[in-house]
Design a protein around this ligand. Sequence first.
Ligand SMILES: *Cc1c(COP(=O)(O)O)cnc(C)c1O
Length: 821
Amino acid sequence: MKYLISKIVSILGLKNYDWIEAEISILLTDSRQLSNPSETLFFAFETKNNDGHRYIADLYAAGVRNFVVSKMMPEWKNFSGCNFLFVKSPLRALQKIAAYHRRRFDIPVIGITGSNGKTIVKEWLYQLLQEDFNIVRSPRSYNSQIGVPLSVWQLDDNATLGIFEAGISMPDEMDHLEPIIHPTIGILTKIGEAHQENFTSLQQKCLEKMRLFLNCNVVIYDEDNPIIREAADQMLISQKAFTWSRKQTDAPLYISKIEKGPCSTFIYYSFLSLDYSIEIPFTDEASIENAIHCLATMLFLNVAPSVISERMKKLEPVAMRLEVLQGKNNCILINDAYNSDINSVKIALDFMNQRSAEKSLRKTIILSDILQSGILPKTLYHRVSDMMIENGIEKIIGIGHDISQNSDVFAIEKYFFPSTESFIQSGIWRKFDSEIILLKGARKYHFEQIIALIQERIHETVLEVDLDAVVHNYNFYKSKLQPGVKMICMVKANAYGAGAVEIAKTLQYHRCDYLAVAVTEEGIALRSEGISLPIIILNPEVNGFEELFSNRLEPEVYNFRILDAFIKEADRRGITDYPVHLKIDTGMHRLGFLPDQIPSLIERLRSQKGLKAISVFSHLAASESWAFDEFTEKQIETLRSSASQIEKGIGYSIYKHILNSAGIERFPEAQWDMVRLGIGLYGVSASGLKGLKNVSTLKTTILQIKDIPGRETVGYGRKESLDRDARIATIRIGYADGLDRKFGNRVGKVLINGQIAPIVGNVCMDLCMVDVTDIDAKEGDEVILFGNDLSVIDLAESIGTIPYEVLTSVSPRVKRVYITE
Ligand SMILES: *Cc1c(COP(=O)(O)O)cnc(C)c1O
């Protein structure tokens, strides 16, 4: 769908505005996702953490000519041929355009909200209804103030049904989303604690969410939930309700019985006084509820019960997350099994671009047929081909009948196969080498078979790292900073165990200002993976100059020995103004110049040209501890006066910084120019702050289970004799993986299927044993050593250490797996 810029001007109600006519098909909110500049309208959002106006010059250089802005910059004066649509809020402008677009379609639109299950219900409805409708739906979980308008913008003349989800985290947000989705059918999934921070109660959140339904013809919800029922009554929504209940026989949809089998569930129901049943290939509670919501929706849309039951049997799980895996032969694999519609291809390509900082990796895609109703295959694959070129993909492997039929539209290295089996038989995957490979296939193509062949063999003990949580935590701390304060992210010790390269790529994409590592080798490793951010080396060695200079790494200078050696080396190489960071010892007594050495330091700096001090900093010894606040204040004061003494002495101003994670949480007045975020980025608040997300989950599997009679002992040294007959599971992790021996003999515990199991006996090198007598567990089950539900803080405490040590102890042989939604 294309809009003339004159039309957009009139939708936004801009008066007296001289435009240069243009055709717009893309609404862009993230400059990194630019694809077709001439048809792009860019919205410059100003948020606490970022300002879209900063990217306009680059976008202009790339060919974009249409911008929605809330301020004008002098440097845009010379930009010719541009439209700057000046509005108070570019976000509201985006929403207004989407709402206008929505009104042009007189089709049923399903609006889904709730705390959990929105994306699953949306995707399942798509699976269940795609034979009856041409469906446009939100890609992945695009349900925010920005995601919703971008989703609705995809509606075009072919669409016969829209399915969109709406998520809110603040009161009032729904009032902006309602006119954009303007649903005719509403679905309220579960109401739970997610995103509760900004609401006073569950009731209030429920009422807010229901504002999505004010103009619906029908609203579907669970009548047994009292909070939902009362909110519906209060909003007068119950009058147009199509509810389901497991208790009320007179509910429009009465669920009379639920029968769980080993791998499927039978749901018996009555509708319009007749009894039916469906079978779904899931057994968990959440899936059952999600399926009932879909059932109600289908009944309302007059789909015959026999058809419903046929399709429900074939429901497929929804892959919500992308995985980054290590491949064989120096390949990186990005596995995205989320539906292979064209929008999700675009999103996966954007993600791939984020990860491919390393230029020497060629970009390859393995793509199945794209399931897209309503577009001619030729047109569809032309669009895919354009995307490949725009994103620098060098090789495509197409799998499926349709994509093979359209092989001629692709103008890059290409291979086509009718099926996954024929691709595997061809053996061409053996030749993958130094490539970043995106696997994007509809579930029925079973790309997991390909993954199994090209993935580096992994020991089943993995550290799963949630990159979205890292970004959340980064933004969380960023939002606590005064505007303009720079963020240094600590990625030393392999990013506190999480994996420095992937964490650094993520931070670079999210425009962090600086990185810091402990030793030169860590900095070199980041440079060789394409990290171009400035990197501080905290503990440089005198003999590592060559590599420091050639990799543009910025050393911390902490005493005269290293300062003099640096000056000499810079001189010898004819380097001037090489960036360094001065460390002052204000009380930690580890590294740094003492305050009384500052006059000589100044003198030394003034008498040379090789180095330039970029910043002066110090490290707090006890920023997390109330008991030492007076000491901390003194450290802060010492750095403040040392810094001003240095600035005066050297005659130019330099950045000042002292706060680590706990410091950011507790001493906002000392933010100055920069802060250094460490453990908080990885989800641990030293001062007990709420609102961070868990980043790392250490998990493994059960190898063997056996029944051992009481009074027997388990493991080396016969440390513990059982006081009863017990079931003992042997799990695949030991102290060589980083599991501390102190966790042995019931000090530590693990989580299996959500239940606690104590570690018995001594921890071995590669294995350990846990007591599963009282819980459900079988061989092959997943075992969690730490993560969201087993906090690394408590774990550390139980063996008298700190979370830093537990996180950084996870050994390199434990594979890191990165996930993102
Ligand atoms: C590790 C480190 C930090 C980060 O500390 P956290 O407590 O993890 O936030 C900051 N500054 C220096 C000098 C460090 O060595």
